[in-house]
Structure formats: structure tokens, C-alpha cells
Design a protein around this ligand. Structure first.
Ligand SMILES: Cc1cc2nc3c(=O)[nH]c(=O)nc-3n(C[C@H](O)[C@H](O)[C@H](O)COP(=O)(O)OP(=O)(O)OC[C@H]3O[C@@H](n4cnc5c(N)ncnc54)[C@H](O)[C@@H]3O)c2cc1C
Length: 408
């Protein structure tokens, strides 16, 4: 392989996501590693790498995290960070795609991952505004109320709590004029920059090295090791290598069931006048294009959607204004009040897969090389699942759900 061919190289975002203005999103890095061989090398320094590093860090084990950007400056800083167990593809639809038992396991695993993520954040005392929330999933043109009732029934059979809310209850309790909704537990929201940086700082404290500004340009197996070439002309080796490169995935893993598209988001000014219930809920719509929203702890509403299939559309300045204006109008209509001119507007590349499930596991044709990719609307939850599956594999075991997410 020649340079530039190993992972996709793309702009990941346009304009200024609000989290870039947060404190505690920086991590100490080195210009080059202190040695050339490590037990584990993780490529990428976003939320997937941070959680994988957290799961893999062991006393006495050497670990290098290497990113061509500064840590936490890829897609993770653009995320609206609604941490959901609800997968983009509803359970009753996923059952038809992969079978009832597997679909139920994927949803259950997702719910456990949200709880585990909260536990990790708490146990490390990461100050990232992690807050437990309920989810309102509003009926729309993709899922009407009959389908929503079926969805609730299927989730209950799978042991995942959900409640159908009629239009009357929605209006009375939330002041929302929609045909119906599913109310569920086990969601959260956080500041993704602070969460990622907090995890990375913890693994550095435990001995890991982070090198930024260096790209991995090639990889080969050599004996039982994996050898990596870097953009600064060095060779590194490791017993295990994990590619956590987000939407800049390994080119050899391009797959027709995995697409990169464009998405847009905004954040209102602090202390926007909002319904009081919104601080304890995240909201998304079963519509195409869809709208989703949450609040932050400064009283902003953060909302996104208006996705387009063109992976480069997010780079257009005209679209940034038009799409975020549309989000503002939809949001104001939903909440029954104008949220005012957004303080932040941004756009980014975004991943989708046909099943809504990520791709996690060993890279075929290579020994001891793993990749995690295919993250969509609940990418952060999936990063936690990826961390668990990869750490089981690196430690010589097999996660019981690994085959649900494996590269086919
Ligand atoms: C606008 C938007 C809204 C979103 N909303 C949500 C949401 O509400 N909830 C949710 O759960 N998820 C959401 N997501 C998805 C979630 O943010 C992503 O799944 C997650 O950030 C991906 O993290 P990552 O660590 O895999 O990738 P990244 O954060 O992009 O990190 C990958 C890193 O790999 C580095 N890299 C790539 N190739 C190489 C190489 N060859 N050598 C060295 N370094 C390399 C890159 O520089 C990059 O820093 C959203 C995403 C976007 C864009």
C-alpha cells in the first residue's frame, strides 16, 4: 500500500461545534513515541479510541495512541452526544433484517452499554455533564402510531422498558402536538469533548502515550507483530493494533452497507426559554429527514438533523445556513416557541449502516488487527460496545455478542 491509501482522508466537520469552546478538552501529547514497540497501538484519539484504551489499559502493558489530528478534534467534538440505547433501526424492523433473537441481543447490549458508560464516567469522576435522561421518540412519516405500538410490544418482549404515549398524553404532559411517541429510560447526554479528554487523561495517568500529528500510512504483519509505517517515516510495531479512525475508516473495509453522509446541527444561546421537562429528556423523531434535540447544562437547546446522502454536502456554507435555519424553524414549531438565532451552527460527516449496527472486530486477512467503524446516531454507545468486544479479543477471549457486529 502506498501513502494516503490506508485510511480514508476527509474533512470531518465544518464551522464551530459548541464543544470546542469548552474547558477540559485538551490532553497532553508527545511529538513522537518514546519507543518503537508497544503491546497495543490504537490509531485515532476520539471517543472510540478513548473507551477502547480505557478497556485495554492494564498495569505493565504498554500502550500508544496515535492520531494525525490533536486528540478529540475529529468527529467526536462535533457530536451532539445524545447517549441512547435506542438504535437508529427500530427493534421490530431490525428483527426482520437479522432475526428476532439477534435483534433483541443487539438492543439489550446497547442498553447495557449506556449504563456501563455512565458507570465509567462516575468511577473516574470525569466532569463532562453526564446526565441521565429519558427519551421521547416521536411518531413521524417513518413510524406511525400502529408501528410504534408494535415497537413497544417487541421491546417489552425483549425486556427493554418502553411506554407508548398517545397524542393526548403527549399534549397534556409535554405540550407537544404529535400523533404519539415512545417514552423510554436509559439515555443520557454529556459533553463529548470533556468525556473523551477525561478518558484519555486517565489512560495517560496509567502509563499510555499519546502522539498527535502523526498519520499511520501502512500496516503489515511481521511474525506475530503488526508493523505500522508513519507519516514521519518511522516504523512502529505492536502485538495488537486497533483502528478507531471513525469516518476515516480503513479503505480496505469500505462496504456497500456502510455509507458516509452529511448532517447539520445547532446550539441556541444559553438560558433559552425552554419547556422545563426538556432538561430531563432527549427527543428524536421517526421521520426522514428527522429532527433531534437535547439541552446542555447552560440552558441551551442542541438540535440536529436534515441529513443528506452526499458525503460532501456538509462543506457548503450556503447549506450550513439553510439547513440550520430549517432545524431552527422545525424546533420552534415543535416546542411552540422560537428558540432565537443559534449561537453555534455546524455540519459534519456522519455514518450510517443498513442495519443501524456498527462494524467491530478483527480485520480480515490480518492477524491481531481490529477495527471499529460504522457509527451512526448512537455512535457513542456503540463505541462502548466496541471497547468491550475489542478488549475481550485482545485478551484472548470472545465476547458473546461479537458476531452481531462482526465484519461480514
Ligand atoms: C453532528 C454529529 C452528531 C452526532 N450525534 C450523536 C449523538 O447524538 N449521539 C451519539 O452517540 N453519536 C452521535 N454522533 C456520532 C458520534 O459522534 C461518532 O460515532 C463518534 O464521534 C465517532 O468517534 P470516533 O472516535 O470513532 O471517531 P473520531 O472522533 O473522528 O476519531 C477518529 C480519529 O482517527 C484519526 N485518524 C483517522 N485516520 C488516521 C490515520 N491513518 N492515522 C492517524 N490518525 C487517524 C482522526 O484524525 C480522528 O481524530 C454524531 C456525529 C456527528 C458528526
Amino acid at each position: 500500500m502506498t501513502e494516503q491509501q490506508l485510511t480514508q482522508s476527509r474533512d470531518l466537520r465544518e464551522s464551530q461545534p459548541l464543544w470546542l469552546d469548552s474547558p477540559r478538552i485538551s490532553v497532553r501529547t508527545r511529538n513522537s513515541p518514546s519507543m518503537s514497540h508497544f503491546d497495543v497501538i490504537i490509531v485515532g484519539a476520539g471517543i472510540s479510541a478513548a473507551l477502547t484504551a480505557h478497556a485495554l489499559a492494564r498495569p505493565g502493558q504498554s500502550m500508544l495512541i496515535v492520531d494525525r489530528r490533536e486528540p478529540v478534534r475529529g468527529s467526536s467534538i462535533a457530536s451532539t452526544a445524545m447517549i441512547q440505547h435506542e438504535i437508529d433501526i427500530p427493534l421490530h424492523k431490525l428483527q426482520k433484517m437479522i432475526g428476532k433473537e439477534k435483534a433483541a441481543r443487539a438492543w439489550q447490549r446497547s442498553a447495557r452499554a449506556v449504563l456501563r458508560l455512565e458507570e465509567i464516567t462516575r468511577s473516574l469522576d470525569i466532569s463532562c455533564s453526564m446526565r441521565r435522561k429519558k427519551t421521547l421518540y416521536l411518531a413521524g412519516d417513518e413510524l406511525g402510531i400502529r408501528a410504534m405500538k408494535n415497537e413497544v410490544a417487541q421491546r417489552e418482549k425483549a425486556g427493554i422498558t418502553a411506554e407508548f404515549l398517545s397524542s393526548e398524553v403527549l399534549e397534556e404532559t409535554y405540550g407537544l402536538m404529535r400523533e404519539g411517541a415512545i417514552l423510554s429510560d436509559i439515555s443520557a447526554s454529556a459533553n463529548p469533548g470533556q468525556l473523551t479528554a477525561g478518558l484519555l487523561r486517565d489512560v495517560v495517568k496509567r502509563g499510555a502515550e499519546i502522539v498527535s500529528g502523526v498519520e499511520i500510512t501502512d500496516l503489515r504483519n511481521f511474525g506475530s507483530d503488526v508493523v505500522l509505517a508513519t507519516s514521519d517515516g518511522k516504523l512502529l510495531s505492536a502485538s495488537h493494533v486497533v483502528f478507531c479512525t471513525g469516518y476515516e475508516f480503513l479503505k480496505s473495509l469500505a462496504n456497500k452497507n456502510h455509507q458516509i453522509i452529511s448532517t447539520w446541527a445547532l446550539a441556541s444561546r444559553p438560558q433559552t426559554s425552554l419547556p422545563s421537562w426538556l432538561k430531563d429528556h432527549i427527543v428524536w423523531e421517526a421521520s426522514d429527514p428527522y429532527l433531534y434535540l437535547r439541552t446542555d447544562n447552560h440552558g441551551r437547546v442542541i438540535a440536529g438533523g436534515e441529513d443528506e446522502d452526499d458525503p460532501e454536502a456538509f462543506q457548503s456554507e450556503t447549506k450550513l445556513k439553510a439547513k440550520t435555519d430549517t432545524i431552527r424553524v422545525k424546533l420552534s414549531k415543535l416546542l411552540g416557541k422560537d428558540i432565537g438565532a443559534p449561537e453555534y451552527r455546524w455540519a459534519a460527516a456522519f455514518g450510517t449502516t443498513t442495519t443501524g449496527l456498527p462494524l467491530i472486530g478483527p480485520v480480515q486477512g490480518m492477524d491481531n488487527v481490529y477495527a471499529v467503524m460504522g457509527f451512526g446516531g448512537n455512535g457513542i454507545t456503540f463505541s462502548q460496545i466496541a471497547a468491550e468486544i475489542i478488549s475481550a479479543a485482545v485478551n484472548g477471549g470472545q465476547d458473546p455478542d461479537a458476531e452481531l457486529f462482526a465484519f461480514a
